[in-house]
Design a protein around this ligand. Structure first.
Ligand code: PLP
Length: 452
């Protein structure tokens, strides 16, 4: 930090403040974690300075021998960790990984057959008419994914997102009574819509998914099954999700982030069957900019950590702690989407406290509890104000919290929410954003949290 301070002291100061904030609060954002010192240090090296477009042994720049070593090791670890046929460790983030997956599905299933029809190998050799046919075919394809308010991600076909514009899209939700996925409904939609891509996976669904069933549905309608395991990759790596709950043996393509429950550097990855490997491999430069070699190195270090037995213990603790949090909320009379959890996240409907998600998020933050507001299914408050708060156990489990501490967290959250009331707008009307937290609560909760 002294080196940084000698150039731009404000950045050194912000970095110190960030460390203090992360240490001095309860980090319950389900998509965050604490990477190890080894992972963090690996990101601050000279690999940051190297350009390496292309893939191992096939680069568009000279002098990539050391990047090749790094990328090879990271991919080897990833294949071993997840039992995957092929791993592509270049994506800069989860969204980039999903874009690579979309591109590779289109390349494999639409571009390759179009080229074969024309008796060609390369798009550049297509006649103008065949090129137009190819472009039209790309634009005609369909994608079926989980809706945002049911817990899916923006890139799973949400209309305003690029995924909702690249593809004709439809969405599946969850059962309005139980909040659970109904595979018969997904199958019926798939039969009717006949998507090229069926996307499974979620950002805010507090339950496990049966990927064998999803694959059956995909096979029946001729779709490629793409699973986005960004949120629960750590539970897959740690063998908490096995058999039908492990997406890798069932999906054609699996995408993930590396920084959430997997506890690596910020980044993304694509795992694929051999069939899709050649098109995934062209992700850079067809979709992605030059790889972040320093981050690929840090991914290799994180995957090596995740292959240790201690990571299995960690992953099981993540699931057990989320359960403890959910039970703690239930015992205190809260309403949870689906009634509980069997993964790493809990979705609390705060409308029972008379609050919007935005008000609850802000009140909790004032008391040092860092969360994010989240839509609940059919949310009357929309995606900005929302009616839910999403909690995740990965980060505090890394800090060593166990079931008792998570129960205590449920108590602290309940104290804050039950002593918060909606505020008013400047004009005195009802506000969905402002809130009033009773005097002294924030200080008391902060003090109790510091003892955990
Ligand atoms: N996929 C899912 C399921 C996610 O929850 C997220 C992020 O929260 C992403 C993709 C995007 O990841 P990133 O922010 O690294 O692009």
């Amino acid at each position: 930090l002294e080196v940084i301070a000698s150039v731009e002291p404000r950045i050194a100061e912000a970095t110190r403040a960030e460390l203090a904030d992360q240490r001095g609060s309860l980090k319950l954002i389900a998509s965050e974690n604490y990477a190890s010192p080894a992972v963090l240090m690996t990101m601050g090296t000279w690999f940051s300075d190297k350009y390496a477009e292309g893939t191992v042994g096939h680069r568009f720049y000279a002098g990539c021998q050391n990047v090749d070593t790094v990328e090879t090791i990271a991919a080897e670890h990833a294949r071993e960790l997840f039992g995957a046929e092929y791993a592509y460790v270049q994506p800069h983030s989860g969204i980039d990984a999903n874009l690579v997956a979309f591109w590779s599905i289109l390349a494999h299933r639409i571009e390759q057959p179009t080229l074969a029809e024309a008796g060609l190998k390369n798009v550049n050799e297509l006649s103008e008419a065949d090129w137009e046919t190819l472009r039209r075919r790309f634009g005609e394809q369909r994608l079926l994914g989980m809706s945002l308010d049911a817990g899916g991600h923006l890139t799973h076909g949400f209309r305003p997102n690029i995924s909702g514009k690249m593809f004709h899209q439809q969405q599946y939700g969850t059962d309005p009574e139980t909040g659970l996925l109904d595979y018969d409904v997904v199958a019926a939609k798939a039969r009717e819509f006949k998507p090229l891509v069926l996307v499974a996976g979620y950002s805010a669904y507090p339950r496990r998914v049966d990927f064998a069933k999803m694959r059956e549905i995909a096979d029946e309608v001729g779709a490629t099954l793409m699973v986005d395991m960004a949120h629960f990759a750590g539970l897959v790596a740690g063998k908490v999700f096995t058999g039908d709950e492990d997406p890798v043996p069932h999906a054609h393509i699996v995408t993930t982030t590396t920084h959430k429950s997997l506890r690596g550097p910020r980044g993304g990855m694509v795992l694929a069957t051999e069939e899709y490997a050649p098109s995934v491999d062209r992700g850079c430069p067809m979709v992605l900019g030059g790889p972040l070699s320093h981050v690929m190195a840090a991914k290799a270090v994180a995957f090596a950590e995740a292959r240790q037995d201690s990571f299995r213990t960690y992953a099981q603790d993540v699931a057990d702690n989320a359960q403890s949090l959910a039970e703690g909320f239930n015992r205190r009379g809260a309403t949870l989407v689906t009634g509980g959890t069997d993964n790493h996240l809990v979705l609390l409907d705060v409308s029972g406290y008379g609050l919007t998600g935005r008000q609850a998020e802000a009140a909790l933050l004032e008391a040092g509890v860092v969360t994010n507001r989240n839509s609940v299914p059919a949310d009357p408050n929309g995606a900005w104000y929302t009616s839910g708060i999403r909690f995740g156990s990965p980060a505090l489990t890394t800090r060593g919290f166990g079931k008792d501490e998570f129960d205590a967290v449920a108590e602290l959250v309940t104290q804050v929410l039950s002593q918060t009331t909606p505020g008013t707008t400047k004009a005195g009307g009802a506000s969905k954003a402002s809130y009033v937290l009773a005097d002294g609560v924030a200080e008391k909760v902060r003090a109790e949290a510091a003892e955990l």
